[in-house]
Design a binder for this molecule. Structure first.
Ligand SMILES: [Zn+2]
Length: 102
């Protein structure tokens, strides 16, 4: 299965994600301008996530899970480039302990 790669160094992919995030941001902005966003809070929080992801790209910490610091699979990042956590941490948000991680 080649579908789950965990590159140890995501920096070569930063330009690709800068473009992806720019597109996401434009799409969000357009959706808000056109009134396609029903809830303003939803749109603004996505915009915030996108700009923070761009900040992480610039800081060189993009693509690392904020919970466990593991690299996030490229496939997940390509689908949701502004995600902060890996799939495991998304499934079990930090609540003191999580299954299999004492
Ligand atoms: Zn994680």
């Amino acid at each position: 299965m080649e579908s789950h790669r965990f590159p140890s160094d995501l920096r070569p992919y930063y330009p690709e994600f800068l473009i992806l995030l720019g597109r996401e941001r434009n799409r969000e902005l357009l959706a808000r301008v056109e009134g396609r966003r029903e809830t303003a809070s939803d749109g603004s929080s996505t915009l915030l996530e996108i700009s923070e992801a761009i900040a992480r790209l610039r800081a060189g910490t993009f693509g690392l899970c904020e919970e466990c610091a593991a690299p996030i699979p490229l496939e997940r990042l390509r689908r949701v480039p502004y995600t902060r956590t890996c799939i495991a941490c998304q499934a079990w948000p930090a609540q003191g302990s999580r299954p299999g991680r004492p």
